[in-house]
Design a protein around this ligand. Structure first.
Ligand SMILES: C[S@@+](CC[C@H](N)C(=O)[O-])C[C@H]1O[C@@H](n2cnc3c(N)ncnc32)[C@H](O)[C@@H]1O
Length: 203
């Protein structure tokens, strides 16, 4: 599964779909082609990125282009908001307006902080999985307004870390090998113990 396919799989039918940091506009195109949304907002902070999206989506009428930072000061409203390919901390900053929307998030890093932010700010993570696209692992999350508490391991490695997932197993084995090669600090030993225990759930 590619990153684009993973993000697309998390988008349900809706009235308005927005892609924040749309860049080339490929996800918006998939959504428009599929008819999943009646209207699409392609948003990006960069003029050059939005130019690429305008080019790719030039034949579509139900699309609005927005040159803005994140949620445009809270003015950007949509039923489903995707943010993919950005760092987790940037996502947290973008989400500070706490939109009522369904969120589709493909963060590059700081997954613990992102899941904690969602959990502490009234979102429930209803889908959470990892894919391998090329040589890299990518986490994808779908969250909606609601409340469920998760433990520290779920916030770090995915809320379904106690459910068998072949790609998660591969990622945990990869992390175990990587961290085992580092100096055995207290933090690294804790991580190794956590991952080793989580791997028992993946047998
Ligand atoms: C690495 S690209 C990811 C593109 C696409 N979403 C994907 O997943 O392939 C990041 C894009 O996010 C945009 N971006 C970065 N920070 C942003 C922000 N605060 N608000 C809106 N767009 C932002 C960048 O200009 C760039 O086009």
């Amino acid at each position: 599964m590619t990153r684009l396919e993973a993000a697309f799989s998390l988008i349900d039918d809706c009235e308005v779909f927005a892609d924040i940091g749309c860049d080339h506009g490929k996800l918006c195109k998939e959504v428009l082609d599929s008819g999943k949304a009646k209207k699409v907002i392609a948003a990006d902070i960069s003029k050059d990125s939005l130019k690429k999206a305008r080019l790719l989506l030039s034949d579509y009428s139900d699309v609005e282009f927005r040159l803005c930072d994140g949620l445009d000061g809270g003015k950007l409203v949509a039923d489903t908001i995707a943010i993919c390919g950005l760092g987790g901390l940037t996502m947290i900053d973008i989400l500070r307006y706490l939109p009522q929307s369904t969120l589709v998030l493909g963060a590059q890093d700081h997954l613990y902080e992102l899941r904690s932010f969602l959990s502490e700010n009234g979102y429930v993570i209803e889908k959470d999985f990892v894919i391998k696209d090329g040589k890299r692992f990518y986490d994808f999350i779908r969250a909606k307004r609601g409340k469920i508490e998760f433990d520290r391991r779920q916030l770090e490695y995915g809320v379904f870390c106690y459910t068998k997932q072949p790609v998660l197993k591969e990622k945990l084995e990869f992390l175990l090998k990587k961290i085992s090669a580092y100096p055995p600090t207290k933090d690294n030993i804790n991580k190794i113990n956590t991952i080793t225990e989580l791997l028992t759930w993946q047998r």
